[in-house]
Design a protein. Structure first.
Length: 140
């Protein structure tokens, strides 16, 4: 059930172990307790994830795990959401997002923005008077 989070959590543990060992000058394995302190989550949550009882659904935690696992957070988020998807179209979307990472979402955002941009004729019809109706508040 929680195999994706467990996989990346172990990758994060390996990096934390490397950092602890480097700092101590000898091999120092990152225990669940140390890992929980570094990641900012409870030891019981670490146990749930490692026992594959559930997937992580907190994006803040996923970003921290991704940082220490040295992977793109979208790789983890996409894999988890693809696994939970109920229909094939949604599953395919999240699978592509996981493989393409943020770049895939950047292209999607750009396409969405271009779709909302005015056409040339709409832009040409914009009157100067419309600008005068915009009010700005100085909050500083």
């Amino acid at each position: 059930m929680g195999d994706i989070t467990a996989k990346y959590l172990e990758m994060a543990r390996n990096e934390v172990t490397r950092q602890l060992s480097e700092k101590a000058g000898k091999f120092t394995k990152a225990t669940d307790y140390k890992l929980s302190k570094v990641l900012g989550i409870s030891t019981s949550a670490i146990h749930y994830y490692l026992k594959e009882e559930r997937e992580c659904d907190d994006d803040d935690i996923i970003f921290t795990i991704a940082y220490y696992a040295q992977v793109d957070p979208m790789q983890i988020i996409g894999a988890i959401r693809a696994k939970r998807a109920k229909n094939e179209e949604v599953k395919n979307f999240w699978t592509k997002a996981a493989k393409g990472g943020v770049a895939g979402f950047g292209a999607l955002a750009l396409a969405s923005t271009l779709n909302l941009a005015p056409t040339e004729s709409q832009a040409a019809d914009f009157e100067k008077d419309n600008v005068l109706s915009i009010h700005y508040a100085n909050i500083w």
